[in-house]
Design a binder for this molecule. Structure first.
Ligand code: GLC
Length: 535
């Protein structure tokens, strides 16, 4: 075989890149499984349930934060990036999860939170204790206030969780926090901050993690001078335009330096950007060949259940990400949004159809724990059990983030459904007995078995996630998506609430809904149903 050196563009797809078509399962540690019976999920709980993930057939796991943290934002307020919070276990437990996941053929990606830390982080505590003039204050954004007595915030920036992004200390200075006041923002112009995070990456890479999900990857670098925006309701602008604190061009230098570190390690360690960029083209900048590997596709997550809109979102994603040689990614649910069974407005049928559509698209797909059980959003949590900081602030996010974080049901007929022992940190509904892993296992009509079958087929038919294009079949009726994937796979999706009639594309492989008899070369695709076919 002749080797053609220098022929492939820098962005050429290497079929050995495991992450290009990986299915990555998000574990929210507080709510996955409780090993010590305190009602809060933990690392030993995860360890005990790795077989579930292996049987499900995912390629990798992303763990939301388990670092030492006062839990002002469920662990996204990190006090020590090299320590495990006792709530979740020990560093030895983390190492055991990594090792045993690898033994089961699962890769492990952990969350890294570089935009901000906890107000209990050693640097911030010293910065506060040492008072104005402390050199530690330079690692954050401390400013004097405006107004005659410095009584007004230094800029008009608002917190993503609502209210001002500045808090004043008793000594008169203000500090910046784009999220909760317990989450002070780092000053990423400071070399000590840059060095510290490079060192933290190495610490975890040395322990064997396969990559990082980068929290608020569009944050970190702020516009020089922290200029006013001059516009209220900034939370609404996030993701639709460039703000002086989000999606600043300077952030890409950080990712270039991180990529060099990832590439030093064997086994293709990856970085995944949680970047709320205003356009897909801006998102693509985070996944250029010398930056991170993937970025979450929130444009897709935000697309309505509408054939035209979905097709446009798929095409736009493939084109923007393909232009930089990165795989597209797809996601329907995570710990910050309403579960897709509830959000898409069509109940379980629509959720299942949406999942099979997603899993037939080229690229990598992210699953959120519990979606394989068809869990709905819990919408009736009383205010006294709520923990999401955005719920308690006066505006900003909708405060619904607790409803997707309710602990998983594993077995049994009443709470805690095998999650652990005693009361769970958020109460589970009384009617989840039929949704447990145990109840669904072996039932071919269950959502769990649908996910297992779909992920099994992704392994035996690699064409399902392969490549970077979709071949649309244009003879589909209105409201129906039909497309061909490599290897002769065809996916048909009915997004309408009425059955549609199509010609049979081949042998049915898997359906999200009812399988109806074929009629004379045609078939009926029920409402809110996806079917995979083999030509
Ligand atoms: C990200 C996380 C979210 C967290 C926020 C602040 O958006 O996904 O849960 O509250 O960052 O760290």
């Amino acid at each position: 075989m002749t080797h053609q050196h220098n022929e492939a563009p820098e962005t050429a797809v290497r079929p050995t890149d495991w992450w290009r078509d990986a299915v990555i399962y998000q574990i929210y540690p507080r709510s996955f499984a409780d090993g010590n019976g305190d009602g809060m999920g933990d690392l030993p709980g995860i360890r005990g349930r790795l077989a579930h993930l292996r049987d499900l057939g995912v390629d990798a796991v992303w763990l939301s934060p388990f670092y030492a943290s006062p839990q002002a934002d469920a662990g996204y307020d990190v006090a020590d990036y090299r320590a495990v919070d006792p709530l979740f276990g020990t560093l030895a437990d983390a190492e055991a999860v990594i090792r045993e996941a690898h033994d089961q053929g699962l890769r492990i990606i952990i969350d890294i939170v570089p935009n901000h830390c906890s107000d209990q982080h050693a640097w911030f505590r010293r910065a506060v204790a040492e008072g104005p003039g402390s050199v530690l204050r330079e690692r954050f954004h401390f400013r004097k206030g405006r107004g005659d007595n410095g009584e007004l915030p230094p800029s008009d920036w608002e917190s993503v969780f609502g209210g001002p992004a500045w808090t004043r200390l008793p000594d008169g200075e203000w500090y910046l926090h784009l999220f909760a006041p317990e989450q002070p923002d780092f000053n990423w112009d400071h070399p000590a901050v840059q060095d510290e995070f490079r060192s933290i990456l190495r610490f975890w890479l040395d322990l064997g993690v396969d990559g990082f999900r980068v929290d608020v990857a569009h944050g970190m670098v702020k516009a020089p001078g922290l200029p006013d925006i001059g516009h209220g309701e900034q939370a609404r602008l996030i993701g639709s335009q460039i703000l002086p604190f989000f999606d600043q061009d300077g952030v890409h230098a950080v990712y270039r330096s991180w990529r060099a570190i990832l590439d030093e390690y064997p086994g293709q360690r990856i970085g995944v950007a949680e970047a709320w960029a205003p356009t897909l083209d801006r998102l693509a900048r985070y996944v250029r060949p010398d930056e991170l590997h993937q970025g979450f596709n929130f444009h897709y997550l935000g697309t309505d259940w509408d054939a035209g809109a979905l097709r446009a979102a798929v095409d736009a994603s493939l084109s923007a990400l393909g232009a930089v040689g990165a795989p597209a990614t797809w996601v329907l649910s995570n710990h910050d949004v309403v579960r897709h069974r509830t959000r898409l407005g069509g109940g379980l049928d629509r959720a299942r159809a949406a999942t099979l559509l997603m899993l037939a698209l080229p690229g990598s797909a992210y699953l959120y724990q519990g979606e394989e059980l068809g869990l709905p959003e819990v919408t009736d949590l009383p205010a006294e059990v709520r923990q999401d900081p955005s719920f308690f602030r006066d505006s900003g996010q909708d405060g619904l983030r607790d409803g997707c974080r309710v602990p998983l049901p594993w077995s049994g007929t009443e709470p805690p459904y095998g999650f652990g022992a005693g009361d769970t940190w958020l109460p589970q509904p009384d009617d989840w007995a039929t949704l447990t892993v145990q109840a669904q296992t072996g039932d071919p009509a269950s959502t769990l078995e649908l996910y297992r079958s779909a992920l099994g087929l992704r392994r035996t038919h690699p064409g399902l996630g392969a490549g970077d294009t979709v071949e649309w079949l244009d003879d589909a009726p209105d409201g129906v998506l039909a497309f061909r994937r490599p290897g002769g796979l065809v996916c048909t999706v009915n997004t309408t609430d009425a059955p549609a009639r199509l010609s049979v594309p081949g042998r049915p492989l898997l359906t999200s809904g009812r399988q109806l008899p074929l009629l004379d070369g045609d078939f009926i695709l029920p409402a809110d149903t996806t079917i995979w076919w083999e030509e």
